[in-house]
Write a protein that binds this ligand. Structure first.
Ligand SMILES: [Zn+2]
Length: 82
């Protein structure tokens, strides 16, 4: 049962930078994000989509590693760090 009247759902009010929708096979990234943060969130959410069995801590570590590498190579929105 998936209704708000059940004990299975919690409601949180927070701003999300991005998310991966496994049902629709879509990745969303907040269009307000810029620069390295946009790169970090994009890497993070794509990893969630590709590796749904990985836990949040592993996705965080891998996403940060990828984003740092791409940024240092100058690959990213605005060209990354030059
Ligand atoms: Zn995550």
């Amino acid at each position: 049962m998936n209704s708000l009247n059940s004990s299975k759902w919690s409601v949180f009010r927070e701003r999300l930078d991005g998310w991966a929708d496994h049902d629709e096979l879509e990745v969303f990234v907040d269009q307000a994000l810029k620069g390295k943060r946009m790169l970090e969130v994009s890497c993070h959410e794509v990893l969630h989509a590709m590796l749904p069995h990985f836990n949040e801590a592993r996705i965080q570590a891998m996403g940060k590693f990828q984003a740092d590498l791409l940024w240092k190579l100058g690959i990213g929105p605005g060209g990354g760090a030059q």
